[in-house]
Design a protein around this ligand. Sequence first.
Ligand SMILES: NC(=O)c1ccc[n+]([C@@H]2O[C@H](COP(=O)([O-])OP(=O)(O)OC[C@H]3O[C@@H](n4cnc5c(N)ncnc54)[C@H](O)[C@@H]3O)[C@@H](O)[C@H]2O)c1
Length: 96
Amino acid sequence: MSENKKKLLIITGVAGMVGSTLLPKMLSKKNSIVVGIDNFRLGKHKFIKKFLNKKNFFFLKADLDKKINKLGYQFKLNSLKTIKETINNISKKTLF
Ligand SMILES: NC(=O)c1ccc[n+]([C@@H]2O[C@H](COP(=O)([O-])OP(=O)(O)OC[C@H]3O[C@@H](n4cnc5c(N)ncnc54)[C@H](O)[C@@H]3O)[C@@H](O)[C@H]2O)c1
């Protein structure tokens, strides 16, 4: 693989605590292109505002439960309350 090959990184829940902390670290990686997804249900626009003008950052306001449902596998790191609640909300279709 070429040294200069772009690396696409996707951060779900990017406007949340973990996502917005991870974001600047990923943007600073060499050759990275970061796509951040959040529906702002719990996340805050102010947490990602200063990164929106970065040329290697693309933000998508979307609900992962509705928009991205055609993937074979989806690893969900966004949650609304607890890990248990998240697991209970994952449909079989998402898993298999
Ligand atoms: N914060 C911690 O100490 C900690 C520890 C262990 C595990 N975790 C897990 O890591 C993950 C992130 O934690 P966090 O503290 O950043 O939570 P958070 O609530 O701050 O961030 C989650 C983000 O996901 C977004 N989101 C939720 N449902 C969405 C959907 N359907 N589509 C698009 N966006 C959606 C929310 O708007 C929010 O911005 C969670 O799954 C959490 O359980 C967190």
